[in-house]
Design a protein around this ligand. Sequence first.
Ligand code: BEZ
Ligand code: FE2
Length: 407
Amino acid sequence: MKIIIADYIYRDGKFAENLAIAFGTHIEAVDLPEKLLKKYPDAKLIRTKPYTVLFPGFINTHVHLEFSANKTSLKYGTFMPWLDSVIEHRDDLMKDCSNEIMQNECQEMLRSGITAFGAISSFGTELQVCEESPQRVVFFNELIGSNAQYADMLYGDFLERIKASQSCDADSLITPAVAIHSPYSVHPVILQKAVSLAKQNKMPLTTHFLESQAEREWLEKAEGDFKTFFEKFFNTSTPVTTIREFMHAFDTYPTHFVHCVQANDEELAYLAQKGHTVAHCPRSNRYLGCGRLAIEKLRALELPYSVATDGLSSNDSLNIFDEFRSAIMLHHQAPVQELSLRLIKAATEDAAKALGLNSGTLEVGKNADFALVTLPELPKRPEEIALWSILYTRQADAVYIEGEQYV
Ligand code: BEZ
Ligand code: FE2
């Protein structure tokens, strides 16, 4: 047993003072330090530095590790030229993406306080790195393929990857999961099979959804930049589904919908009604010219969202604090203190619920996953700690997963 004492402990959207946590692999008790010391006299005592805030470990719900070799290959600015550049450079980027590069990115996430992440995997090439990383990984095997002719073959390959992720050791902290690439790129027949598979096996489920204006134009009118794209690469000018049909495919199983920047009020209300959640990727959306997710609408609908970095295919780092700071600038009309608190909740409690992890809050019985952040001085007003944590943190001071210290 260990007991950790920090100046501030983040619970229920507040920063509690004079509290300590007793933990093994899970949180055993949260109480006054003197009470815990009396209850567990043999526990190892961890005293954190002055002005340290103890957060639940942060959860990055959506990252593509396989694209970690990208620096300048992909064209940022507008979605469609970016997608063209992905097709052009994908093979080289995959070839250049060594295990070492991916391990370094897992470390970068860890140092920023990320104790769990959702890895979107196209080919399964990052499975070993994810198994060996200290973090919990929800391993989202991605299904892609809109052409009916190849659909069965692609589904077979997807099933093989699912099986490989199911045979990982329990101590690798891997959860096998299902990702649908997008409405425009997955044939409805295999889409339905994959959703049923996720549901039967109670696996977390995610999908990219209405990321760009071009995607909306294609699905609604069979026009725009995607028309040129599909004519060029797939010899077709008909989308395989509609927005409504695609959303309905997920009706009976809560799913993490990624981006949703171009979803309208009715669609967002539908996602909320069906118990789905949203992944918000502020920098990725900005860099690919997709627009701003109206998080104030999500709030009004009580539609929960997480904050995610996406991959280095559409970002410049996998640091969760870089993402928070960008979110603060992107949502420039939002009250900054309130937004900061909301972002912290999004990347802890709401992210854990979206990925089905027993983490995200500092309650008894939860995983002992912690990110400790040390502020540069005594905060003058405790109600501002979320903002100061976001503005002053590049790296966490210490990070624990399953009760073990990794940073
Ligand atoms: C497709 O299979 O339709 C597809 C694959 C990659 C990108 C876009 C579409
Ligand atoms: Fe993505």
